[in-house]
Design a protein around this ligand. Structure first.
Ligand code: HEC
Length: 103
């Protein structure tokens, strides 16, 4: 019983911190160029979520110069965010993908 409770609470904590962390990172690093559902300098997270998977999103964040052509762009204007940690990248990608069905 004690073990189950521990698992329950760690899942709960992990679950809440992912979404919140992704939103925080988005506001810190991405919001100048990407908005949630409206086009800005870069495509909206809704547009991105509708056509990309997690791997493509993470690849673009860490190495846009290596992925922009593959994603169909003729030039690259997005800087690389190579210093983000693996769990921060996961959190950002998860956050972007929550906009898949956004209105
Ligand atoms: C200086 C502006 C700028 C910033 C800051 C920026 N981006 Fe971008 N982003 C762009 C532009 C412009 C593109 C279009 C492709 C390119 O230029 O490489 C793009 C493309 C993307 C794509 C691929 C779009 C597609 O078609 O699937 C993803 C994913 C993405 N950005 C995520 C992010 C995330 C996450 C952050 C924050 C960590 C971020 N971007 C920060 C400008 C920016």
């Amino acid at each position: 019983m004690k073990k189950n409770l521990t698992i329950f609470f760690s899942l709960l904590l992990a679950g809440t911190s992912w979404a919140a962390e992704g939103e925080k990172l988005f506001k810190t690093y991405c919001w100048g160029c990407h908005h949630q559902t409206a086009e800005a300098f870069g495509p909206s997270f809704k547009t991105i979520a509708s056509k990309r998977n997690k791997g493509e999103i993470i690849a673009q964040i860490v190495d846009p110069k290596g992925t922009y052509k593959m994603l169909g762009y003729s030039r690259n204007s997005m800087p690389a965010f190579a210093d983000l940690k693996p769990d921060e990248l996961e959190a950002l990608a998860d956050y972007i993908l929550t906009f898949k069905d956004a209105k």
